[in-house]
Write a protein that binds this ligand. Structure first.
Ligand SMILES: *[C@@H]1O[C@H](CO)[C@@H](O)[C@H](O)[C@H]1NC(C)=O
Ligand SMILES: *[C@@H]1O[C@H](CO)[C@@H](O)[C@H](O)[C@H]1NC(C)=O
Ligand SMILES: *[C@@H]1O[C@H](CO)[C@@H](O)[C@H](O)[C@H]1NC(C)=O
Length: 329
């Protein structure tokens, strides 16, 4: 063996050692143990989105909401076993999540195909990939091998999930706490390119931004024409609190970089979207994505999703493979 190849193999083994210390996930984890796992999930998601295109946003959200609390361990999916111990699902920020019945259906099908093999945490990771390009085939490979956790606590979700009203310093520190960068924050906010939001999540910006509540008490960071449109949709008296508004008007079912174009023009829907312009790093990344074509966003988004999917994962003999995603075995 020549010097060069010796060096190369040393470098390779170092690389592998670093990789496995971070997370023992790998692409194709189920290729032998459950060869059809990924295609079963893709098929179910394609069908669900054909029937109800608006389910895409909520399904993508499930993975974010799981990973930010105790890592990507499907703690989000556990039902409470008593009313005195509410789980993440019961927490206010998770109150409007949807898709749990679909997950139960997918899990039941996977259990029939390969019992006790595919984790609920990996189901969430694969779904998040599949909703993004449901009709054009998968556009990134998802490292798998996560295992499911045993614990789910409502108050942790309330505390740790980034709020739609959060400012940039809170957002950056919440992302930093789970090992994600300011760039990941910008890219993952791009998930707002699909889906709807309830009026109550942003009406403060329209009518009562500083707490005076008079007619001029609007968020100065919100572009005026967009503000007027939002006011026409969401009444001040709260009667529209649960009305749904497109987060990315005109392309709310299309995964594209239009979100960044809107945010750059001060047409982000949430305070947490507008906040991305309040920091030099995040602002320059928003502008970069707004001015690049979609392929740049797709590639970088895929990287950020893989980063998020590594948060505090359970692997090897940690955790378990739940038989039913809503309860521990
Ligand atoms: C951001 O929000 C947090 C929590 O609400 C608050 O403590 C902090 O002062 C805010 N920071 C800025 C710069 O406004
Ligand atoms: C505006 O917000 C303040 C607190 O932030 C609240 O006390 C007040 O009731 C609100 N006013 C209206 C008209 O909603
Ligand atoms: C979990 O709760 C949902 C409703 O909240 C219910 O439909 C489902 O059957 C429950 N699953 C288990 C395993 O208890």
């Amino acid at each position: 063996m020549g010097r060069l190849s010796l060096f190369a193999s040393l470098a390779l083994s170092l690389l592998l050692a670093v990789g496995s210390a971070e997370a023992q996930l790998r692409v194709g984890f189920y290729s032998k143990s459950c060869p059809h796992a990924e295609s079963i999930i893709t098929e179910e998601i394609d069908r669900a989105i054909r029937v109800a295109p608006s389910i895409g946003g909520p399904l993508l959200r499930l993975f974010f909401h799981d990973c930010f609390v105790r890592g990507c361990d499907a703690s989000l999916l556990l039902n409470a076993t008593s009313s005195s111990n509410p789980t993440e699902k019961d927490a206010p920020p998770n109150q409007f999540l949807r898709g749990f019945a679909l997950i139960d259906r997918i899990k039941a099908r996977l259990e029939r195909a390969c019992p006790s093999t595919v984790s609920c945490a990996d189901i969430l990771a694969l779904i998040a990939r599949d909703v993004v390009h449901a009709d054009q085939g998968p556009f990134w490979q998802v490292p798998t091998g996560r295992r499911d956790g045993f614990v789910s606590i409502a108050s942790e979700a309330t505390q740790l999930l980034p709020a739609f009203s959060a400012n940039i310093s809170t957002l950056k520190s919440q992302f930093n706490d789970v090992g994600l960068s300011a760039k990941d924050l910008v890219l993952l906010s791009g998930g707002h390119t699909i889906g709807n939001a309830h009026c109550f999540t942003f009406t403060t910006r329209l009518y009562n931004f500083s707490g005076r509540g008079d007619n001029s008490d609007t968020d100065p960071s919100l572009e005026r024409n967009y503000l007027a449109k939002l006011r026409a949709k969401c009444a001040q008296d709260g009667s529209d609190a649960l009305k749904l508004v497109e987060m990315d008007p005109g392309s709310f079912t299309t995964f594209d970089n239009s979100y960044f174009k809107l945010v750059a023009k001060r047409r982000g829907l949430f305070q947490s979207d507008a906040a991305l312009l309040d920091d030099a790093d995040t602002r320059s990344h928003v502008i970069h994505l707004a001015e690049s074509d979609n392929s740049v966003f797709f590639k970088e988004f895929a990287g950020a999703m893989v980063n998020m999917g590594n948060i505090a994962v359970l692997t090897g003999s940690q955790g378990e493979i739940r038989k039913n995603c809503a309860r521990v075995n």
